[in-house]
Design a protein around this ligand. Structure first.
Ligand code: HEM
Length: 182
């Protein structure tokens, strides 16, 4: 995630602000088409959930220039996702649904450069979420064992980051090919 990515994501997000509420529904429609198996995880009303998700996206985007605040907020969100029984492999379809929603909403303003900037930001956020997720799982397991153990601050996991980055790039290259082929 570079300063240029941050600039692109923040300015495209400003375009979305007036229609954020409607994007939540579109995002879930895309997600449940791409990954119907994650539907049972969502217990709350998806409109309400969509609103929260888009608000959080707004918070993440506004904090991109303040990683010292953004990091802990996303890690603790990731920790909560352990109680929602989220798995690491679900981040890929969620990323695809987000990118598809942005493409449908921003239309021609969603250039390949803007797309790549969003992928970079989503990848960075997913890495932090997954660190939180594994902490959250450890915390739940400790609670189940009746222990109250404070978990150490997470260490960056470059290997995981690399795998994610490659997977998403591969995915986007395929998407570009499909678009060009049409
Ligand atoms: C960067 C990625 C993500 C962000 C920013 C995000 C954001 C959020 C937010 C703000 C909430 C509201 C509850 C809370 O604050 O604890 C939430 C809940 C939830 N998220 Fe995520 N999420 C992400 C990734 C995922 C993934 C990969 C999944 C897997 C399918 C997922 C599944 C859920 C579920 C099941 C809930 C609870 C919904 C319910 O109780 O009905 N999230 N998420």
């Amino acid at each position: 995630m570079t300063p240029d990515d941050i600039e692109k994501v923040q300015s495209s997000f400003n375009e979305l602000k007036p229609i954020l509420r409607s994007m939540g529904g579109l995002f879930y429609a895309n997600l449940f088409t791409i990954a119907p198996h994650v539907r049972p995880l969502f217990k709350a009303n998806v409109d309400e959930q969509g609103r929260k998700l888009m608000e959080t996206l707004g918070t993440v985007v506004s904090l991109l220039r303040h990683p010292e605040k953004m990091g802990p907020a996303i890690i603790s969100l990731g920790e909560r996702h352990a109680t929602y029984t989220v798995r690491e492999e679900y981040f890929e379809p969620v990323g695809q649904a987000l990118i598809a929603t942005l493409r449908q909403t921003l239309d021609e303003k969603f250039t390949p450069e803007v797309e790549l900037a969003w992928v970079n930001v989503y990848t960075a956020a997913s890495q932090l979420m997954q660190l939180g997720l594994s902490q959250g799982r450890q915390r739940l397991a400790n609670q189940q064992r009746g222990q109250l153990v404070e978990i150490q601050a997470p260490q960056a996991a470059p290997a995981i980051r690399e795998v994610w980055w490659k997977r998403l790039l591969r995915l986007l290259r395929l998407q570009h090919l499909t678009r060009a082929d049409r």
